[in-house]
Structure formats: C-alpha cells, structure tokens
Design a binder for this molecule. Structure first.
Ligand code: PEP
Length: 252
C-alpha cells in the first residue's frame, strides 16, 4: 500500500505567529482525516522552529520548501539541510517550478540539493511538471521524463525508496486551472512507468502527489485515480478547514 500524503506548501505566506496558528488549526481538525493519510506542512524557513514545536505530538510532519546546495560555510542567505533537519523536519521540497522558474534551478542544482537532503535524512518531495507551451506542443511527457532522468535516476535504490514525487503542471499552479483527473492519472501512470524503468517494482511504492489548484471541490475526483496518491497543496493549504477538507477526500 502506497502512503497517501497531503502536503501544504505555504510558500512565502504568513508570519511565524500566523503559521503557528495555522498549524494548530490543522492539528485540531486532524481527527476528521483518515489515519491512512500523512499530513505534511511546509512553512517558510523562519517559521520552522516554532511550527515544529507546535507540531510535536500532533502527528503532522514538517517539510522545508528548499535547502542549500552546500553543507555549510560562506553562502550568505542560504539554509543548510543539516540546519533544517536539526529542528525535526522530515521532508524537503526540491525542484518546485517556482524555484526552477524564478531562481534558475537546474538539474545540476537539484542533484546537489538531493545529496544534501540525503546526507541529513530529509526525504525529498521532488516536483516535476511541464509549462503550458510544452503541453500545447505535446512535449509534456518528454519534459517530465527529463526532469526524472536527470535527477531521480542518479539516486541509489535505498535513496529512491524515500522519495515522494509531486506532479505539478506549471499551468495549473496558482492559476485556478486544474488538470483534469484523467490528465493527472495519465501523467502519474507515465511517471510511475519511467521510474520503474530504472527502479523496477520499487516504483509501485512511490507516492506520487498531484499539485496545481487542488482544492476541496476537486480533490476527491483527483485522489480517486489509481496513481494519484495525494496532493501538494499551495493556496488552499493556508486555510486549515480547506486543507483538512482536501485530506478528507480520502475516505476514513
Ligand atoms: C504549489 O505551488 O505547490 C501548488 C500546488 O500551488 P496551488 O495549489 O496554489 O496551485
């Protein structure tokens, strides 16, 4: 049985105090969610410490939204994977399209970040997804395959067993446009097939999340698809009730 996951990417939103409030709101409502679903929240770096403290004993796991390519040293403004892990954070989002698009992250950058994540026992939530123009010119499968081959194929089998994949079509992120459940299923099945080429049956165990304008009104249909194991949620993760409503799409 693959782990079902609903992860909230708070991006650059909330103050630390608001973040703690949001975590508490999610924790309060968590009892309504099937115990089969792993809830993860990814606050900004500045919030990780107080949110980790507030999350103790709630069963909600923490993720950072990124980590540095290097272990330590003269890298002003960067935050290392070891600093993040020292707070009890378990996951790190890597390769989010906003990082690829606005901060020029390449596969080369992401291979370094992967190495840092694994050296510090952080499980990567690795994001892949095509831009609108790539889908319109029928290149979406090639783009996603390259994003997997250039980074995930460099992992050992043991490392691969810890990876979560998030398929996030760039044209659906923050736009209100969701991929249809059939489009999501088609790509998720493709991703699993590509992963199986390298890692064999282990790909059957990989949780593949959908991300891109996922909300309470469309989550159930998306999550009902056989290769959709949950969601990476942006905007809707900023309201505890919405985030929980999405997670409740998995029946108890
Ligand atoms: C995201 O950025 O990971 C995301 C899925 O955002 P949104 O849900 O707001 O589209």
């Amino acid at each position: 049985m693959r782990q079902k996951i609903v992860a909230g990417n708070w991006k650059m939103n909330t103050t630390p105090a608001e973040g703690v409030g949001l975590l508490k709101g999610v924790a309060e409502l968590k009892k309504e969610v099937c115990a089969c679903v792993r809830l993860i929240v990814a606050p900004p770096y500045t919030h990780l410490c107080p949110v980790a403290e507030a999350a103790k004993g709630t069963g909600i796991a923490l993720s950072s939204q990124d980590c540095a390519t290097e272990a330590k040293g003269a890298y002003t403004g960067e935050v290392s994977a070891s600093m993040i892990a020292s707070l009890g954070v378990e996951y790190v989002i890597l390769g989010h399209s906003e990082r690829r698009q606005y901060y020029g992250e390449t596969s080369d950058t992401l291979n370094k970040k992967m190495a840092q994540a694994f050296s510090n026992d952080l499980a990567p939530i690795y994001c892949v997804g095509e831009k609108l123009e790539e889908r319109e010119t029928n290149r979406h499968f090639d783009v996603v395959r390259a994003q997997l081959e250039e980074v995930i194929f460099n992992l050992t089998s043991e490392q691969f067993s810890k990876v979560v994949i998030a398929y996030e079509p760039v044209w659906a992120i923050g736009t209100g446009k969701t991929a249809t459940s059939d489009q999501a299923q088609e790509m998720h099945a493709f991703i699993r097939k590509v992963l199986a080429e390298k890692f064999g049956d282990a790909a059957q165990e990989t949780s593949i999340l959908y991300g891109g304008s996922c909300k309470p009104s469309n989550a159930a249909e998306l999550f009902a698809k056989p290769d959709v194991d949950g969601g990476l949620i942006g905007g809707a993760s900023l309201v505890a009730e919405d985030f929980i409503a999405i997670a409740k799409s998995f029946a108890k």
